[in-house]
Design a protein around this ligand. Structure first.
Ligand SMILES: Nc1ncnc2c1ncn2[C@@H]1O[C@H](COP(=O)(O)OP(=O)(O)OP(=O)(O)O)[C@@H](O)[C@H]1O
Ligand SMILES: [Mg+2]
Length: 371
């Protein structure tokens, strides 16, 4: 039998117990991960958390201290980079400066022994895909940053790798070009259907490009999920605070019913009502998170007895599409509320120093941690 049992490799890319130590320092500390075929998967985390190290292990530029990597049923352990069906696009692009765009793309195919005619067809096809056909005769130094990036991507994809690795793919681009290239690169990768693992420390980039995201911290994975799951249901305070801004409150369980939980919260000088059941007990401390755009403001006391507090506006940041209000509650806690400016139909917008009520719906409260 040539084929292996499917059950042993339920996903396209499997990482099992991956550890990487440099001397007595552990850069990657026991990572289990599965990536599906055709998926764009982002590793997101702050500087030094081990993202690039993990990517280098996948690419074969370094070997894991412990653990196994399987790709499409094949164990990659011990295989050097050039024997893996994987290509990596480096942040620096690493284009050959003395070659034209077309020659940069043809290089790898030539080395693989492909014939001239076949190479020309593949190069033309790839140049079309990345919209660089009109610049095929230029040298890299005659291209803009975004154009160089397209060439680097085309070169990484031309041999049809099973897995594409991107390390901070937008690192060298300015903000506006970044946003454009994020969509462009996603389109090209999805068109080709290639599986991709990318590394970024930019949460917006991960959320825009990836089907699923892993949040990394100190060599470990804290949560894996779709961008929406990570944002709406963070499993910890760490993840909630890492992705976007968030109000984190602490409460003590006062009433625990099957369908609802009431917490007393000192920061609110009141109660938090959670509209679903939890595994918790009376007297237990919980952390909850409320996203700033899920809360609202009112000049009058809202018609709800929980999930509200009175305070004073101490800061307003106008951000164009939205404004961010900092409301200092009587406990001293500063609660952040985002309001869309397009919805601001009030004749009198909220002012600095104004007394307002902050409130939110029960389903906007996410429990992030039990203590
Ligand atoms: N060859 C090496 N020898 C010793 N330590 C290393 C080596 N490579 C990486 N490290 C350490 O491992 C940790 C993780 O590094 P890594 O490059 O993976 O971080 P990163 O998450 O990619 O960060 P950044 O966002 O800054 O690129 C860092 O503390 C780094 O100093
Ligand atoms: Mg890095």
């Amino acid at each position: 039998m040539m084929s292996e049992p499917v059950a042993s490799h339920p996903s396209f890319l499997n990482l099992n117990g991956i550890v990487k130590r440099f001397g007595d320092f552990t850069a990657v500390d026991g990572i289990d991960l599965t990536v599906k075929q055709g998926e764009i998967f982002a590793l997101l985390g702050s500087s030094g958390c081990g993202k690039s190290t993990l990517l280098r292990l996948l690419g074969g530029f370094d070997q894991a201290t412990e653990g196994q990597i399987h790709l499409d049923g094949e164990c990659l352990n011990g295989l050097p980079a050039e024997q893996r069906p994987i290509n990596m696009m480096f942040q620096s692009y690493a284009l050959f400066p003395h070659m034209t765009v077309a020659q940069n793309l043809a290089y790898g195919l030539k080395r693989a022994g492909m014939k001239g005619r076949e190479i020309a067809i593949k190069v033309d096809d790839m140049l079309e895909r990345v919209q660089m056909a009109h610049l095929s005769g230029r040298k890299p130094s005659q291209l803009s940053g975004g154009q160089q990036q397209r060439v680097a991507l085309a070169r990484a994809l031309i041999k049809g790798p099973k897995l594409l690795l991107l390390d901070e793919p937008m690192g060298a681009l300015d903000k506006k070009l970044r946003a454009h290239m994020q969509l462009e690169i996603t389109r090209i990768i999805e068109d080709l259907g290639v599986t991709c693992v990318m590394v970024t420390h930019d949460q917006e980039e991960a959320m825009t490009m990836a089907d699923r995201v892993a949040i990394m911290d100190a060599g470990r994975i804290r949560q894996v999920g779709t961008p929406q799951e990570i944002y709406e249901q963070p499993n910890s305070r760490f993840v909630a605070e890492f992705i976007g801004s968030v109000n984190v409150l602490r409460g003590v369980v006062e009433r625990d019913r099957i369908d609802a939980v009431h917490l007393h919260c000192a920061e609110l000088s009141g109660n938090i009502y959670i509209g679903h059941g939890l595994t918790c007990h009376i007297g237990q401390q919980l952390s909850v998170a409320i996203r700033p755009e899920k809360a609202a403001l009112s000049r009058h006391r809202p018609a709800q007895s929980e999930n509200l507090s009175e305070g004073e506006i101490v800061d307003i940041a106008y951000m164009g599409a939205q404004s961010v209000y900092h409301v200092k509650l009587s406990s001293g806690f500063v609660f952040i509320v985002n309001l869309l400016n397009s919805q601001r139909t009030m004749a009198l917008p909220y002012q600095w120093g104004e007394k307002v009520w902050v409130y939110w719906a029960p389903d906007a409260t996410v429990v992030t941690e039990a203590q």
